[in-house]
Design a binder for this molecule. Sequence first.
Ligand code: HEC
Ligand code: HEC
Ligand code: HEC
Ligand code: HEC
Ligand code: HEC
Ligand code: HEC
Length: 510
Amino acid sequence: MTNDVGATLEELKRKRKFPNAFYNPITLFGLGLSLLSLALISFLLVLDYFSATSKPYVGVIAFILLPLVFIAGGLTSFWGAWRYHRHLAKKGIVVYHLPRVDLNDPRHLRATLFSLAAVLAVGGTAAFTSYQAYEYTESDEFCGTTCHSVMNPEFTAYQFSPHARVGCVECHIGSGADYFVKSKLSGSYQVYAVAFNKYPRPIPTPIQNLRPAQETCEQCHWPKNFFSEKLHKNSYFLSDEKNTRWDLDLLMKIGGGNIEVGPTSGIHWHMNIANVVTYGTVDSSRQTIAWVKSRDSAGVERIYRNTDQPLSAEDSSKVMVRKMDCLDCHNRPSHAYHPPAMSVNTAMTYGWIDPSLPYVKSVAVDALDRGYTTNTVAMDSIRVLLSDYYEEKYPDIARRDRGKIERTIQEVQKIYSRNYFPEMKVEWRKFPDNIGHLFYPGCFRCHDGKHVDAEGKSLSRECNVCHTILAQQFQDDKLRLSLGGVEYRHPVDIGDAWKEMNCNDCHNSR
Ligand code: HEC
Ligand code: HEC
Ligand code: HEC
Ligand code: HEC
Ligand code: HEC
Ligand code: HEC
C-alpha cells in the first residue's frame, strides 16, 4: 500500500512519531495557531507583569481574544485529523473505522501521552484564562476605560464620588449567576454597539432593567439601620459684584429607624419595610409623577394625585407603575454631574476661586455653561473669556491679581472636565439628581404641595419637614439661628414665588 507521497505505510510507521491522521495541513495549521496564541498569551502576561501601569486593551487580548484563538486552533487540528482519517479510510489505506489504541506500540503510547498533555494544556489554559477573563470583565478598569470615550463621563464622575472604592459590578451586576449571565449577554451587545458606533449619546438614563436596589445597595447599606441626622453647612454666592455670601445650615432628618428601636419617621420613612410607596408615571425619565400611593404598616392606603397635570384618559392606559426604592431618590450615587452654580459655590467656599474677584461667581458660571462642542474648545474659551473679562472691565485687578485670575481659570477648567463631556453630549441638565429640589424636581416630584389625596390632604412641602433650617446668614447681616428651625428667607427678593413655584423652575435655567 502507498500513500499520496508514494511511501509505504511501513516506511511511514518507522519515520513518524504520531498517527498518520495528524499529518495533514489542516491539523498542522491548527496546532500552529494554538502554539502561537499560547506564546503570545505568555508574552503579554510577562509584559503586563513587568509594566508599571496596566493597559486596558492587554486584558481584552490576553484573556478573551487569544484564548479563543487557542481553542479554535485545537478544535481545528482535531477536525483536520478526523477528516484526514476518513480520507485515508475511504482510500482503503486504513481499514478500521475509529483510531485503534495499542499502548504496547511506542508510537501509540507517544500519541496518547501527547493527547493527554494537550487536553491538560487546553483545559488548564481555558480554566485559567476564563477565570482571568471573568475577573477582568468585572474590573473597574474594563468597565470604565476599555470603551474609553463611551464610559468616560460615568467613570470620571465615579472617581469623584463617595463610591470610588466600590466596584462598578457591585451596583450594576451584584452577586448570583442569573445577573452575571444577563449582564454578559447585554454586555456582548454593548461591545457590538461600541465597535459599530451604534450607541446613543448620551447613554440613556434611567437604566430600565437595573438590578433592584434590595440586591445591590442594601447589601452594603442596611435599610433597618438608618438612624441619624446629618448637618449640611452650605455657602452660596450671589451673582452680584461683591459675590454676596449667604450661609445656610440644614439638618437633614435622615431617620428611618434602627434595629433596636424599630421603624421611626424621617426621610427614610419611604424605605421602612412596613411602608410601601408605589407611583405611576407616563414619563420614561420618571420626572413627572401622575399619582403616588402609600400603604403604612396598618395597611391604610392613600393615593395622592397630581392636580397640576392630571392624567388624560389617553395617558391612563400608558402609566408605568413602580415600587419606590433607593434609586428613586439616590439615582446618581456615583455618577453625579454637578450644576455649575453648585460647583462654583463649593470652589468659592474653599477659596479655590477667590470671592474677592468682582463678579467672579457670575462669570465663572457663565463660562462653564456655554454648550461647547469639544473639551479642547471649552478649555481655550474658558481661558479667553475669564482673562478678557478682567482685562476689559477691571484692568487694575487684571494687572495686580494675575495669580488669582490664573487660579480661577484653572479651577473652572477642572470643574468643566469633571462635569461636562461634549463628545458624549453629557451635562448636568440631562441627568437629573433626585436628591433635594433646588436644581431638579427631586423630592418635589411628589412633595410639591400639588399631589392631593381624596380628603384634600397634600404631600407636604413645608420647609422643616425633611430638614430643619438651623441657621441662615447673609454676608453682612446678623446670624439667624434656632434649633426648632428658622423661617426660610430666599437670598434675593422674589416675593412669594419660592413658596408657590418649584425651585428648579428658576434654578434649572442657569
Ligand atoms: C454605587 C453604585 C454604582 C457604582 C459603583 C457604579 N454605578 Fe453606574 N450607575 C448607578 C446608578 C444608580 C445608575 C443610574 C441608574 C438609573 O438612574 O436608572 C448608573 C448608571 C450608569 C450608566 C448609564 C448612564 C447614566 O449615566 O445614567 C453607565 C454607563 C454606568 N452607570 C457605568 C458605570 C461604570 C463604568 C462604573 C464603574 C467605573 C459604575 N457605573 C459604577 C450606580 C453605580
Ligand atoms: C459594596 C458596597 C456598597 C454598595 C453596593 C453601595 N454602596 Fe453606597 N456606600 C458605600 C461606601 C463604602 C460608602 C462611603 C461611606 C463613607 O465613606 O462614609 C457609601 C456611601 C453612600 C452614600 C453616602 C454618600 C455621601 O455623600 O456621604 C449614599 C447615599 C449611598 N452610599 C447610597 C448607595 C446606593 C443608592 C447604592 C445602590 C445603587 C449603594 N450606595 C451601593 C458602599 C456601598
Ligand atoms: C425618599 C428618598 C430616599 C429614599 C427612597 C432613600 N433615601 Fe437614602 N437618603 C435620602 C436623603 C434625602 C438623604 C440625605 C442626603 C444628604 O444628606 O445629602 C439620604 C441619605 C442616605 C445615606 C447617607 C446617610 C448618612 O448618615 O450619611 C445613605 C447611606 C442612604 N441614604 C442610603 C439609602 C439606601 C440604601 C436606600 C434604599 C434602601 C435609600 N437611601 C433610600 C433620601 C432617600
Ligand atoms: C414618588 C413620590 C415621592 C417622592 C419622589 C418623595 N416622596 Fe417623600 N413621601 C411620599 C409619600 C407617599 C409619603 C407618605 C405620606 C403619607 O401618606 O403620610 C412621603 C412621606 C415623606 C416624609 C414624611 C415621613 C413621616 O415621618 O411621616 C418625609 C420626611 C419625606 N417623604 C421626605 C422625602 C424626601 C427628602 C424626598 C426626596 C429625596 C422625598 N420624600 C421624595 C412620596 C414621595
Ligand atoms: C420633601 C422633603 C423636602 C422639603 C419639603 C423641602 N426640602 Fe429642602 N431639601 C431637601 C433635601 C433632601 C435636600 C438635600 C439636598 C442635598 O443633599 O444636596 C434639600 C436641600 C435644600 C437646600 C439646599 C440646596 C442645595 O443643593 O444647596 C435648600 C436651600 C432648601 N432645601 C430649602 C428648602 C425650602 C426653602 C423648603 C420649603 C419651601 C424646602 N427646602 C422643603 C428636602 C426637602
Ligand atoms: C422665581 C424664580 C426663583 C424661584 C422659584 C426660586 N429661586 Fe432661588 N434664586 C433665584 C434668583 C434670581 C437667585 C439669584 C441668583 C444669583 O444671584 O446668582 C436665586 C438664588 C438662590 C440661591 C443662592 C444662589 C446660588 O445659586 O448659589 C439659593 C440657595 C436659592 N436661590 C434657593 C432657592 C430655593 C431653595 C428655592 C425653592 C424653595 C428657590 N430658590 C426658588 C430665583 C428663584
